[in-house]
Design a protein around this ligand. Structure first.
Ligand code: GAR
Length: 189
């Protein structure tokens, strides 16, 4: 089976990217990580990727039009032969144009049980609402923020005394289990 070439976009720590890379090292993986790219040249995840022999690329959007920045990222992804994109803590909205160019080939992990809590501060909002469960979702990226079809979800309990930080840790551990499975499935369909 030919492995799909995946590009991963990150903005920071990149722990989901690490989980995806580690899963790609399995002999029966359906994908390879062809590039890890970032809008933040100092993103810690870039260092980890380099140390693990993954090609990296970064370009700051500061001071240039969004279209110009995205054209640079798009070219880097295409030069690396990327066929689909996994967003992993990429904290920048993609333009409608970029989404259209990669229609149906971008997925994202979001720290809530979509359609609940699109956007930011998901854990604080779930605790504030008195929810008994929280979780994460992997979805297709469309022009609507956190709005595309959901491909997979994982639930975790919200425990008495949870803070947004303690809940975030529990959700993150669930993300690391969920995202590789969903990407594996996505790259075989
Ligand atoms: C993850 O919890 C991810 O779900 C979230 O950012 C974190 C990134 O962590 N993404 C979003 O909030 C996107 N809207 P990581 O850099 O360690 O993977």
């Amino acid at each position: 089976m030919t492995r799909k070439k995946v590009g991963i976009l990150i903005s920071g720590r990149g722990s989901n990217m690490m989980a995806l890379v580690e899963a790609s090292r399995a002999t029966d993986s359906s994908y390879d990580v062809a590039l890890v790219a970032s809008d933040k040249p100092a993103a810690p995840g870039l260092i980890w990727a380099t140390e693990h022999d993954i090609a990296t690329f970064s370009h700051s959007p500061k001071g240039i039009p969004k279209a110009e920045y995205e054209a640079v990222i798009d070219a880097a992804l295409r030069d690396a032969g990327v066929e689909c994109i996994a967003l992993a803590g990429y904290m920048r909205l993609l333009s409608d144009d970029f989404v259209a160019r990669w229609r149906g080939r971008i997925i994202n992990i979001h720290p809530s049980l979509l359609p609940k809590y699109k956007g930011l501060d998901t854990h604080a909002r779930a605790i504030e609402a008195g929810d008994a469960v929280a979780g994460c979702s992997v979805h297709i990226v469309t022009e609507e923020l956190d709005g595309g079809d959901v491909l997979g979800q994982a639930e975790v309990p919200i425990l008495p005394g949870d803070t947004p930080d303690t809940l975030a840790d529990r959700v993150l551990a669930a993300e690391h289990r969920l995202y590789p499975k969903v990407l594996a499935h996505f790259t075989t369909r």
